[in-house]
Write a protein that binds this ligand. Structure first.
Ligand code: ADE
Length: 234
């Protein structure tokens, strides 16, 4: 059983986010437990302040370290990296992180507990990254208004890889990225739609020919959309 704890100043953002499809079923089956926590719960002042102005000046506000350290201390049992159990990962979602990937999702899905800290405002006090988190993760080279959508992406990608989360144990193995290739195109009925025909080979029932067509179509799609995948060794 994987436990996912999400620390955010917008817990409502996640209200229904995990109530659909594979993630909903994984929760119902007891494969994963997800809890969302309001960072303000770990403030001690009357106004529940979680942010402050940056030392050195500049625009915007920075998330303060104290509530984040207190939250992780309570949820993961330690407030420095060295104190966590071997199955615990504490992730900060930030555009300064390592770019998320299928292999990182697979790695995280082996954990017992993943704590996801959603960054906000102009940033998070660097002492969080320096002493507390095990992984700084970005979901891509663009700026979101906060880490919440990124936490959703990371949680989804890792939960669907848990044993038993997909209908059949093997279905994650044939997907895009597990072989550094995009998926082949899929078609369903009708065989002709608005003048566009399904490739004839798919209608023949010739499995060897179909497999060859799919391999070639996946290669064409990858070469056209993601040539970078064909260059690197996966
Ligand atoms: N916060 C803002 N932008 C982000 C990104 N691209 N990935 C993760 N967290 C973020």
């Amino acid at each position: 059983m994987l436990r996912v704890d999400i620390i955010t100043i917008f817990p409502e953002f996640f209200r229904e986010a995990f109530d659909y499809g594979i993630i909903r079923r994984a929760r119902a089956a007891g494969i994963v437990e997800i809890a969302t926590h309001d960072l303000r719960r770990w403030t001690s002042d009357k106004h529940h302040v979680v942010d402050d102005r940056p030392f050195g000046g500049g625009d915007g506000m920075v998330l303060k370290p104290e509530p984040i350290f207190a939250a992780v201390e309570e949820l993961a049992g330690a407030s420095k990296r060295e104190g966590f159990g071997p199955g615990t990962r504490v992730v900060l979602l930030t555009p300064q992180g390592k770019v998320f990937s299928q292999s990182l999702a697979a790695d995280l899905s082996q954990s017992e507990q993943v704590v996801l800290i959603c960054g906000r405002y102009e940033g998070v006090d660097e002492r969080v990254a320096a002493a507390l988190v095990t992984d700084e993760i970005s979901i891509g080279d663009y700026i979101l208004s906060g880490g919440e959508p990124a936490a959703l992406v990371v949680a989804d990608a890792m939960i669907r890889l848990l044993p038993g989360a997909l209908g059949s144990e093997t279905s994650a193995e044939n997907e895009s990225f597990s072989e550094n290739l995009l998926d082949f195109p899929q078609y369903t009925r009708p065989p002709e739609f608005r003048g566009m025909r399904v490739p004839e080979v798919l209608l023949t029932g010739n499995h060897a020919e179909i497999a060859r067509w799919r391999r070639e179509a996946a290669m064409r799609k990858t070469r056209s959309h993601r040539p970078d995948l064909l260059k690197e060794k996966g």
